[in-house]
Design a protein around this ligand. Sequence first.
Ligand SMILES: NC(=O)c1ccc[n+]([C@@H]2O[C@H](COP(=O)([O-])OP(=O)(O)OC[C@H]3O[C@@H](n4cnc5c(N)ncnc54)[C@H](O)[C@@H]3O)[C@@H](O)[C@H]2O)c1
Ligand SMILES: O=c1ccn([C@@H]2O[C@H](COP(=O)(O)OP(=O)(O)O[C@H]3O[C@H](CO)[C@@H](O)[C@H](O)[C@H]3O)[C@@H](O)[C@H]2O)c(=O)[nH]1
Length: 432
Amino acid sequence: MNLAVVGTGYVGLVSGTCFAELGNHVICVDKLEQKVDQLNLNEIPIYEPGLEELVRKNKDAGRLAFTTNLTQAVKEADIILIAVGTPETETGAANLSYVYAVAEEIGEALDDTFKVIVNKSTVPVGTAEEVEEIVRRKKREVNINVSSVPEFLREGSAVHDTFHPDRVVIGTSSEKAASMLKELHLPLTENIVVTDSRSSEMIKYASNAFLATKISFINEIANICDLYEADVHAVAKGMGLDHRIGPKFLHAGIGYGGSCFPKDVKALKYLAEDKGYQPNILQAVNDVNEIQSRRMVEHLDRIFDGDISGRTIAILGLAFKPNTDDMREAPSVKIIQDLIKQGAAVRAFDPIAIENAKKMLPDEVEYVDSALAAINGADAAFLVTEWDECKSLTPKQWKESLKQPVVVDGRNALDKESLKAEGIIYHGIGRK
Ligand SMILES: NC(=O)c1ccc[n+]([C@@H]2O[C@H](COP(=O)([O-])OP(=O)(O)OC[C@H]3O[C@@H](n4cnc5c(N)ncnc54)[C@H](O)[C@@H]3O)[C@@H](O)[C@H]2O)c1
Ligand SMILES: O=c1ccn([C@@H]2O[C@H](COP(=O)(O)OP(=O)(O)O[C@H]3O[C@H](CO)[C@@H](O)[C@H](O)[C@H]3O)[C@@H](O)[C@H]2O)c(=O)[nH]1
C-alpha cells in the first residue's frame, strides 16, 4: 500500500519506518525543513534503539522517503496517517491546532480518488469527526473516510512495540476503510479491535489513564509503606502474582513522566469536566503524581536536618525513563529545581539526554560524562533514571566515591541490602 505519514516525531517516524519494513511504500512529511534534511542524511533526531538501521535500510530499498511536500505525499497515498503532536494547554485540554492545520492542508491536497485519513495522534473523543468536517469544508465532494487508529508504542522500545503490538484498535464508520486498515495491520497482529471512532479515541485515553492509575496507586502504597516500615517491593510482588492484578506498572518511585501520561490524564479529566462530570480518580492520580518526585528531597532533608545549602548532590539520570533522550515532563526537572532553590549544588549525568536537558534545567547545573564522575566527592546521590550505567555502580564505588555515603534511590532500582552492608545510608521510595 502507499502511505503518507504526516509528522515525524516518535509516532510518525517509527510507525512510518515499520510500515515500510513490512513492504509498503511510505512517504513521511514534516513541516520542519531541517528535520527532513537530517532524515534524508540518515540522521535520526530522536534516540530510539534499532531505528537508524531500519530507516537506512528502507530508504535504500526505495520504500521510505522524507519530504516537506504534503501535497505530493497525499496525492500518492491510499492511506494518510496524521501523527502530529497534541500537547497540553493551560486548561489541561489537548491542543488540537496541529491536527486541525494538517486536516486543512490535506483537504487542499486531495483529488478524487478514495483515501483513508487516519488519526494516530492521541486526541479527544470526537476528533475524527471534526477532522472529517474540516477536510470536507475544503472539498465538499471529496471521497474519504477519517478513522482513528491510536498508537500504543513506548519510547525506548518503540520499534519492538510497533512490530509486536498487544492489539491494534481501528475506529471507523466505513467498511472499506476497516478492511484496508485491517490489511495494513494484519502482518503485525491478529488482535484487531474494530469499533467506532469515538470509542477508539476513548480506548487510547482510558488505557494511558489506567496505567497511570496503577503507578499512582503503588506510589501511594509506597508512601504508606514508608510510614509503617513495610517494603513496597515485596508488596508489589505479592500483589502482582494475583493474575487479576498483574505485576506490570506496579513499580513505585518518583512518579510517571514523559510526553504522554501526564498530558493524557489531564486531557481525559478535562473531557469529563467539560461535560460537568467530576472524575475523582483521575484527579487523585494526577495529584499523587504531582508531589511524588518531592519524596527524594524530603528524604535528603531528613538526613541533613533540613539544610542542604552548600551540599553537592549527584543526579544520576535526567531523561524521563531509560533508553530515551526525551526530557518532556521528566521528574528530574522538578527535583533539580527544588535542590537548587534550597541552595544545593547539582552535578548531573545522563548517557544521552544532557543536550536536551540543558534546554530545560537551570544554568547552575554542572554536567559530567559518567555516573562515577557524578558521585565523586558528592554529599549525596539521587538515582533519578534507572540507566544500566547508574545501576551497575558497585557498593564499593558508591562508598569510595561519595563524600557522605548517602544514596536516595528514586526508582527502587538498587540492591539496598548490598549497599547497606557496605555502610551506605540508603533510602528508596517505600522501602524500609
Ligand atoms: N511519543 C510517544 O511515545 C507517543 C506514543 C503514542 C502516542 N503518542 C501521541 O502521538 C502524537 C505524536 O506524538 P510525538 O511524540 O510523535 O510528537 P512530536 O511532537 O515529537 O512530533 C510531531 C511532529 O509533527 C510535526 N508537525 C507538526 N505540524 C505539522 C504539519 N502541519 N505538517 C507536517 N508536520 C507537522 C512536527 O514538526 C514534529 O516533528 C501525540 O498525539 C502523542 O500524544 C505519542
Ligand atoms: O511501573 C512503572 C512503570 C512506569 N513508570 C513511569 O511511567 C512513565 C511512562 O513509562 P512508559 O509507559 O514506559 O513510557 P511511555 O513511552 O511514556 O509510554 C506510555 O505512553 C505512550 C504514549 O501515549 C503509550 O503509547 C504507551 O503505551 C505508554 O506505556 C515513565 O516515567 C516511567 O518511569 C513508573 O513509574 N512505574
